[in-house]
Design a protein around this ligand. Structure first.
Ligand code: FHN
Length: 442
């Protein structure tokens, strides 16, 4: 048991994981969808014929673009092909159990008609709310919604990166009020949202707001009991983020796994976590160019399996186009992942770390309170035999393929608690799942 050595007024609120049903459901999602959509989708990484190689949603910060010119993209926001039902169907088809949607990214443009700024959909040619119809469409498909919200807001006059003068301080106090108003507005407007996914909280100005952020977090949780908030929201008394100065996680889950996945269970320190991943190297908003390596269906399934095997959720990002349609590459990936998920989702949904030693063929997942463990296979040994090591007093009752539950696979005990599972050669080159029924002797 860790003891806290540094007295904190605004440190972690809890020592262990949440045990309530909302969080248990979150833990069982396994696979999610992220959506980055906003004005940046209109230029799509290109400005006056020049390609911007950085992340498309950051194009406003590119020196070549006057800020006011970027901000006037609001007058071009008219996504005539936006169809929330078809977005939700794509996510459903992929097998996503939750979606995280950018209500406001760093540029400050709000996809809902916020009362607190003019920089919203309401003042675009489109005029209508985007978030409400999306929440309804996803909920209708049985998909939970988490609202992404960037604290950093390039459009707000009160936003500061650092507070250096009295004027900065006055401006930033106004900005804090605005932020609180917007967050309470979102929670009141979209009451079925399960949580908030914060971003843009790394600047010197915000990391000094421990008391304000702590109070606001408590207020939001009181308004929406069960609300899920990750570790990117508030700093502690000393400006530490994610983990407080005593090393305890601040928030319901670790939000540090962006475009990277832990390698072993020790890396996650017993926390809940999600991994958010882009399809190319680092593009969240729509970028026409999509340079470099584009992840394949099999890679993304492997990432999903790896995350679940280490107790996390895998969240795949989509960057819809400015007209509201989703690019073909993303539709195809969703379909490909979905084809696999339809057959094998038992090894992903409500699954966790199985407590077994990792082997070279892939990843173990398991369900709490079940005797079954799943071997998600990505590398087939030339011998066709898959090694399994079990803890003492545990043996294998049966082994079968998840896709063909009636076939029994040969289990060979090679030494105490070590086995080979034998399969016949496979015609395709797709990941597959072996189910082990274990016998745990008392
Ligand atoms: O700067 C953003 C980036 O554009 C994107 O939204 C990602 C998603 O996790 N978050 C920030 C970088 O951490």
């Amino acid at each position: 048991v860790k003891t806290d050595t540094i007295p904190l007024k605004h440190g972690a609120h809890r020592i262990d994981k949440r045990t309530d049903s909302v969080m248990a459901k979150w833990r069982g999602y396994g696979l999610g969808q992220f959506i980055h959509w906003g004005l940046y989708a209109i230029p799509g990484g290109e400005w006056n014929g020049k390609t911007y190689n950085g992340a498309a949603e950051w194009i406003r910060s590119w020196n070549g673009i006057p800020k006011s010119t970027y901000d006037s993209l609001i007058y071009k926001f008219n996504p005539t092909k936006f169809n929330p039902e078809s977005w939700a169907k794509t996510a459903k088809q992929m097998g996503a159990k939750y979606v995280t949607i950018t209500t406001k990214h760093h540029d400050g443009f709000c996809l809902w008609p916020s009362k607190y700024t003019k920089y919203t959909v309401a003042n675009s040619p489109y005029k209508k709310d985007i978030i409400g119809p999306l929440v309804n469409a996803y909920n209708k498909e049985g998909i939970d919604v988490i609202l992404y919200f960037s604290i950093m807001d390039w459009n707000q006059p009160g936003w500061r990166y650092e507070i250096k003068t009295k004027e900065d301080s006055i401006a930033f106090e106004g900005f804090k009020k605005f932020t609180r108003n917007q967050l309470l507005e979102l929670l009141n407007k979209y009451p079925t949202a399960k949580g908030l996914w914060f971003d843009g909280t790394w600047d010197k100005s915000w990391v000094k707001q421990a008391a304000f952020a702590d109070e606001l977090e408590k207020e939001m949780r009181a308004l929406r009991p069960g609300l899920i908030i990750g570790s990117r929201f508030r700093p502690d008394d000393f400006g530490k983020r994610h983990n407080d100065s005593n090393g305890r996680l601040m928030g319901d889950y670790e939000q540090g796994w962006e475009r990277k996945i832990p390698n072993k269970i020790e890396d996650v320190h017993g926390n809940d976590w999600d991994c958010v991943m882009t399809v190319p190297e680092n593009q969240w908003g729509y970028n026409k160019a999509w340079n470099g390596h584009i992840k394949t269906v099999n890679e993304l399934i492997e990432m999903t399996a790896k995350c679940v095997s280490l107790g996390g959720n895998f969240v795949l990002n989509f960057g819809p186009k400015g007209d509201g349609s989703i690019r073909k590459e993303e539709i195809d990936l969703a379909a490909g992942i979905g084809n696999w998920m339809r057959v094998n989702n038992e090894a992903i949904y409500n699954c966790q770390y199985a407590g077994l030693e990792k082997q070279d063929w892939g990843y173990f997942t398991g369900k709490t309170g079940s005797n079954k463990v799943y071997m998600i296979i990505f590398n087939v040994p030339v011998s066709g035999a898959f090694r399994v090591k079990l803890p003492a007093k545990t043996s294998i009752t049966t082994a079968s393929l998840l896709e063909q539950p009636n076939t029994t696979l040969k289990v060979e005990e090679i030494s105490e608690n070590q086995y080979f599972i034998h399969t016949s050669a496979r015609a395709d080159n797709k990941p597959f799942v072996i189910v082990l029924d274990l016998n745990k002797k008392a």
